[in-house]
Write a new protein. Sequence first.
Length: 242
Amino acid sequence: MGKDGFGEGTSSGDLAQTRFYGRRKGRPLRIGRQKLLEELLPTIEIPSPITGPIDPLTLFGNGKKQIWVEIGFGGGEHLAWQAAANPDVGLIGAEPFISGVATCLSHIADKKLTNIRLHADDGRPLLAALPEASVDRVFVLHPDPWRKRRHWERRLIGPEGLNAISRVLKDGGELRVATDHPGYQVWMLRVLQNDPRFWWTAEKADDWRIRPADWPETRYEAKAIREGRLPIKLIYKRYPRD
């Protein structure tokens, strides 16, 4: 694994050296959300991925039929919606921006959700720590497009990121991605269409232009639409391993 990349079989020592790009903190938190970080987060936070492998099935006491992972959940509204709509699924969310984590915790507390576990940090070490073929669905919704060409290698939906995602997805597992950035839309389609491990499920234009019923609108999508940008929503499946 490269300094900023993903890898198969990456050691915990290598993961400790993974460099994170982006913001971790924003404005000071309100008292209520700070309290959620101090009291609720420790009860649902997963073990640190850099300490070793993580078996996702052990994170949920009553057992779950499937495991879904959202990398970069923002404010957590999508993660919380999916958890409420799918109580038999265990959801793991990763987000390094602490204000987003606090907002997600407020959704969890308000809805009394018990099937979410959080990693309040970069999602790349989480992907590397999960076992191969252990996840049924991965969400990457409106990731940072890294607009400057010299930063394109940081894009989560890229060759190295897809290596990590395809490794953890089960055969037939689903990858859902979305972006409103025109350049990233072209990039995503190109790298995904050129990856022999995935097939695109779309059969008509509305399949990528219109949100499915089980795909709630996020604040990022709502903002993009208000500002005149059309998000695309892509659903890919992982081909069976040889």
